[in-house]
Write a protein that binds this ligand. Structure first.
Ligand code: CAA
Length: 384
């Protein structure tokens, strides 16, 4: 067993840390307040190769491992989780799904520009569309339909809470093609945003990750070419589950970063803020909080890295990614609340960042499978 990172992994971690400090930190409070999509930051991430980190170089990716992806996600999430969720969705849900299960033609047409994050010099990212008004955790209850019309499918339905919904050029859409077959009657389709019949509703006004671009997207008689179905007929739900297992490593790393960011701010504050004649770190009430934060974050980091390692070793990482996601997101929420407490009144105002991290932490317990869904996946996995 070796806990040391390679030189390349350390280099990527440093590049991500520098990027977060130099490019994400300036303006992060204003972007949160104004719900401004971090377009410039995402464009620079694309130039760094961070939007297709694990995609093979032959398909325009950076050819890095999942460990590097976890390290980069943590560093960027310490500073701006609105940037990192966009990065996570494009890397894990869109690029990974296409690389693992797409046809050669789909890889040439879509994966290449998505992995580069650019097409003809313009931002080119993807979105993953599983959730619906009545199908969140209960994901097999898809109401969106895709009717087989011979040479194409006709897509109708509504997708909710879609990250990158307004900025993405390409959507991976799950839809029911045969209700009688249940989850085996679901397919995933590659849909372009500018096709006739696609409507993007207003951006959601959210509690946290307010810069990220979250929308409802409607499909009305959208013609999807047959060749844009991913995999064999009926593979769509399995595609969603397999892809989400990797996505959960991304969100786990995001949660880890939020927790670590809140902890670092709390620790620095505790070293300088004085109360009752001494720096507050000298009071056990504060020191013990910091000790618990440090321990939980380290445990979350190890779970994230273990899941990433299993993925890189081509092992089954379904349970590990759910454990990493569950534990890291619970740690992020707890740590961020405690970091606000350590800051006292200062923690409740925006300049000190921890209140934003607290709001951002909450979504990590919800998206890409709630904490309750992770417990379903883990318990079914260990009890089968
Ligand atoms: N790999 C392959 N196949 C899988 C699988 C996996 N990991 N997990 C399940 N399946 C298969 C099952 O084997 C089953 O097939 P059979 O019928 O042949 O046995 C089929 O899929 C249905 O599975 P279940 O019977 O287990 O389905 P269920 O209704 O009990 O639900 C669930 C299982 C785990 C709760 C699932 O619905 C789930 O993960 N829900 C949460 C959905 C989710 O994470 N949504 C996130 C939206 S995306 C997002 O948030 C992105 C963003 O923008 C940030």
């Amino acid at each position: 067993m070796n806990f040391e990172l390679t030189e390349e992994q350390l280099m990527i971690q440093k590049a991500a840390r520098d990027f977060a400090q130099n490019e994400c930190l300036p303006g992060v409070i204003e972007r949160d307040e104004q719900q401004k999509f971090p377009g410039e930051q995402i464009s620079k991430l694309a130039d760094l190769g961070f939007l297709g980190m694990m995609v093979d170089e032959q398909y325009g990716g950076a050819g890095m491992d999942t460990i590097s992806y976890v390290l980069a996600m943590e560093e960027i999430s310490k500073v701006d989780a609105s940037v990192s969720v966009c990065m996570s969705v494009n890397n894990s849900l869109v690029c990974y799904g296409l690389q693992a299960f797409g046809s050669e033609e789909q890889k040439q047409n879509y994966l290449k520009p998505l992995a580069q994050g650019k097409k003809n010099g313009e931002l080119y990212i993807g979105a993953f569309m599983l959730s619906e008004p009545e199908a969140g955790s209960d994901a097999t209850s898809q109401r969106t339909t895709a009717e087989d019309k011979g040479d194409h499918y006709l897509l109708n339905g509504t997708k909710n809470w879609i990250t990158n919904g307004g900025t993405a050029s390409v959507y991976l859409v799950m839809a029911q093609t045969d209700v009688s077959k249940g989850s085996k009657g679901i397919n995933t389709f590659i849909v372009e945003k500018n096709w006739p019949g696609v409507t993007v509703a207003a951006k959601e006004n959210k509690l946290g990750i307010r810069g990220s671009d979250t929308h409802t997207v409607m499909f009305t008689d959208v013609k999807v070419p047959k060749e844009n179905r991913i995999g064999a007929d009926g593979f769509g739900f399995s595609f969603a589950m397999k892809t989400l297992a990797g996505g959960r490593i991304g969100i786990a790393s995001q949660a880890l970063g939020i927790a670590a960011g809140a902890y670092e701010l709390a620790k620095e504050y505790a070293k300088t803020r004085k109360a009752f004649g001494t720096e507050i770190m000298n009071h056990q009430a504060i020191a013990f909080k910091l000790a618990d934060m440090h321990m939980k974050i380290e445990a979350a980091r190890l779970l994230c890295l273990k899941a990433a390692w299993e993925k890189d070793q081509h092992q089954d990482y379904t349970i590990s990614s759910s454990m990493a996601k569950l534990y890291a997101s619970e740690t992020a929420m707890w740590t961020a609340i405690e970091a606000v407490q350590v800051h006292g009144g200062y923690g409740y105002v925006k300049e000190y960042h921890v209140e934003r991290l607290m709001r951002d932490a909450k979504i990590t317990q919800i998206y890409e499978g709630t904490s309750e869904v992770q417990r379903i996946v883990i318990s079914r996995g260990i009890l089968k």
